[in-house]
Design a protein around this ligand. Structure first.
Ligand code: CP
Length: 298
């Protein structure tokens, strides 16, 4: 029997989300011995797009659970000799790995691969579509901060249109009954069908007001964000958190990284404000991804 894929927040029930969260918290507390829970499993990791956090934490998570990790270096693979990516993955699949972790710049790519592979496919971020493991590690961080995951007041600020993180959070928000709003330049807001029922804030002050969490999104200079902005300075002025921005004591700031310093948030806030959760998010990435492996493979 094929084990479970981890492709989209669409495929997870509220109970699945709670189960993965509980497992991640248990792994973090180190109260169970998990060091052999993926013993003899072989996980192939293919990143067609750059990554620091996701790739490293998926690898660390697998190794903590006793799995072998094979990283395919796209630049050194036979794809550089003209082999199609489909042929490459078909050949890797023939070696009978236990899972693939895939990041790709095309939306829907992991879903496509799941149709041709007979092992679990874990989506490590696909184009501007979804980043479900980021949503899970963010949820873990929220739970640790507010001791609850339902009925949260959350605002996502930035390039909602191109953000896979925002898409996964929007889907999760519905399942957990969040009061979710968004704020960003009009050129960076998605189609109406994506944002039905989601409030659009009118100002940064409103966006921050009465929120449990603000999720800042990265301006993706390597993607389309730049073409939707008149200037980065203007973005920073109207949509960035700056030294003079008042952040209420009950409001916490998150960012999936990598941060564009002094664009989405000023360096002094990022480095010194007590309510910044960015590093905690990265730490929790390992445990959330361990729980995702457990969900897919055990
Ligand atoms: N948050 C995130 O996906 O970061 P990386 O691109 O470094 O993996």
């Amino acid at each position: 029997m094929k084990s479970r894929n981890f492709l989209s927040m669409d495929n997870l029930t509220k109970e699945d989300i709670e189960h993965i969260l509980q497992k991640a918290l248990i792994y973090k507390e180190n109260v169970v011995n998990y060091s052999e829970s993926l013993k003899d499993k072989n996980i192939i990791s293919i990143f067609f797009e750059n990554s620091t956090r996701t790739r490293t934490s998926f690898e660390l998570a697998a190794k903590k659970m006793g799995a072998n990790v094979i990283n395919i270096d796209y630049q050194k693979s036979s794809m550089q000799k003209g082999e199609t990516d489909l042929d490459t993955i078909t050949n890797l699949n023939a070696m009978h790995p236990d899972a693939f972790v895939i990041r790709h710049f095309y939306s829907g790519y992991p879903m496509f691969i799941s149709k041709i592979s007979d092992v679990p496919i874990i989506n490590a971020g696909d184009g501007s579509n979804e980043h479900p493991s980021q949503a899970m590690l963010d949820l873990m961080t929220m739970y640790e901060t507010k001791q609850r995951i339902e009925n949260l007041n959350v605002c996502i600020i930035g390039d909602i249109l191109n953000s896979r993180v925002a898409k996964s959070h929007m889907k999760m928000a519905k399942k957990l009954n969040w009061n979710l709003s968004i704020y960003g330049p009009k050129t960076m807001l998605p189609k109406q069908e994506w944002i039905n029922g989601i409030k659009i804030e009118n100002s940064l002050t409103d966006a921050i007001k009465n929120k449990d969490f603000i999720i800042l999104l990265r301006i993706q200079l390597e993607r389309k964000s730049g073409s939707n902005l008149s200037s980065l300075q203007e973005y920073s002025r109207f949509f960035g958190l700056r030294s003079e921005t008042t952040i209420p004591s009950e409001t916490y700031i998150m960012h999936p990284g990598p941060v564009n310093r002094d664009i989405e948030i000023s360096s002094d806030l990022l480095d010194t404000h007590n309510n910044i959760l960015v590093t905690k998010q990265v730490q929790n990435g390992i445990f959330a991804r361990m729980a995702i492996y457990d969900f897919c493979l055990n």
